[in-house]
Design a binder for this molecule. Structure first.
Ligand SMILES: [Zn+2]
Length: 154
């Protein structure tokens, strides 16, 4: 997995993969391999979309947000709901969120987005990043350790 650029066009990969499935170059079983963990994560932390599954076209897709980062310690790699993401973004300086779409019907799953959250990152609302990857405050992107005092009023 290449993690060098901030915005990776996963939608392009997705389209390409779906085309390969339609043309028969890739077997359906290969792309509909959602693990039981992913399916249950979609039940506990998932967010239903109004988008139908591109494979079975019957079920709606669910989004699961996975969190990664050194500060998360044992929570790294776990799924989190949107409200929990917002809470973490206030308490943790930096963590990465991977958004996976999954179909509970046929097991189709694909990584669709990745973005950074946390107090060091200017995007407070994770939901907005799912549809529009460009964050408004991209200027401060490179200066990670601004010595601006951060107020913690808890
Ligand atoms: Zn499906």
């Amino acid at each position: 997995m290449h993690l060098t650029t901030a915005d990776v066009d996963y939608s392009l990969q997705r389209r390409r993969l779906l085309r390969d499935v339609q043309s028969g170059r890739v077997d359906v079983a290969e792309v509909c391999d959602a693990s039981p963990y992913l399916v249950s994560a979609s039940k506990f932390h998932g967010e239903e979309t109004s988008q139908r599954c591109p494979i079975c076209r019957r079920e709606y897709l669910w989004l699961v947000h996975y969190i990664f980062g050194d500060e998360l310690r044992s929570s790294a790699g776990q799924a989190r709901g949107r409200a929990e993401l917002a809470m973490l973004a206030r308490s943790v300086r930096h963590f990465d969120v991977y958004v996976v779409e999954v179909c509970r019907g046929c097991g189709w799953n694909h990584l669709i987005n990745r973005f950074a959250l946390g107090r060091d990152n200017p995007t407070p609302e994770p939901a907005a990043s799912v549809t529009s990857p460009a964050s408004p405050g991209e200027v401060g992107h490179t200066s990670r350790d601004m010595s601006r005092p951060i107020r913690t009023d808890t």
